[in-house]
Design a protein around this ligand. Structure first.
Ligand SMILES: [Mg+2]
Length: 236
């Protein structure tokens, strides 16, 4: 059995790691199972996850890069887009900051390999529209979340990251034997295409904005974020 899970809002509560998060870590380790965090956070965060928690792999930057520990315990990072696409993104980012010198790139953009992020809350509507138009003209992929405009070059999604991970590490395991937990629109590729998906109860805030909903939606305050993940895993 493999568990895949989003991080922010799914394994954290109001931006904090709580007792339930550590209980999930202990439970998975005790059961000799594996949890793979699938997050939009940067590559550098993936290094943090693999060095500080009992995890063997994670999928970062919204599916742009897989990180795993090899037999020697070293962290190996494997981008899921080509070197040309990584370079294309770096080149476009330089072009973007030349065109919009004051654009607020997120503080962790320098630690990102396969995507970048803009903190658009400091920008007015016209500026945001101009930036998105500029991206369209340059054939750059982007998505807008509550806090960021993430942009990238190439084919990147959480689902594609999970599929690539399974092909490489668990080629005979069926999707039906795995679970994914999420809480937000950036988990939709998993809700749409992955067989077993679960939304923790705080997903209710964005349910009406989702084009694809998880197969199981947990309810009630006892199932918010990691509380929901923990009790679901316990019952399996
Ligand atoms: Mg989330």
């Amino acid at each position: 059995m493999l568990y895949f899970s989003d991080f922010d809002g799914t394994l954290t509560t109001d931006g904090r790691l709580t007792r339930e998060f550590f209980e999930i870590m202990e439970l998975i380790e005790k059961k000799n199972q594996q949890l793979i965090i699938v997050s939009g956070r940067s590559l550098s965060w993936g290094h943090f996850f693999l060095t500080h928690f009992p995890l063997k792999a994670c999928i970062m930057e919204g599916g742009g890069v897989i990180l795993y520990l090899n037999e020697k315990g070293e962290i190996i990072q494997e981008p899921l887009v080509s070197q040309a696409e990584i370079q294309g993104l770096a080149d476009f980012t330089a072009k973007l900051t030349k065109q919009f010198p004051h654009i607020p790139l997120s503080a962790d953009s320098f630690g990102r390999l396969t995507d970048r992020a803009i903190e658009f809350h400091q920008m007015d509507h016209k500026w945001i529209d101009d930036v998105m138009k500029f991206m369209d003209e340059n054939k750059i992929n982007y998505s807008k979340s509550n806090v960021h405009i993430n942009f990238w070059v190439g084919d990147i999604s959480k689902y594609r990251g999970v599929v690539k991970f399974m092909q490489k590490f668990h080629p005979v395991l069926k999707e039906e034997e795995c679970w994914f937990f999420g809480d937000a629109p950036n988990d939709q590729s998993m809700f749409e295409l992955f067989h077993n998906s679960v939304g923790v109860s705080n997903i209710e805030h964005c349910l009406d904005r989702l084009n694809h909903k998880p197969r199981i939606i947990l309810e009630g305050p006892e199932n918010i974020g990691p509380k929901g993940v923990l009790s679901f895993i316990k019952k399996l």
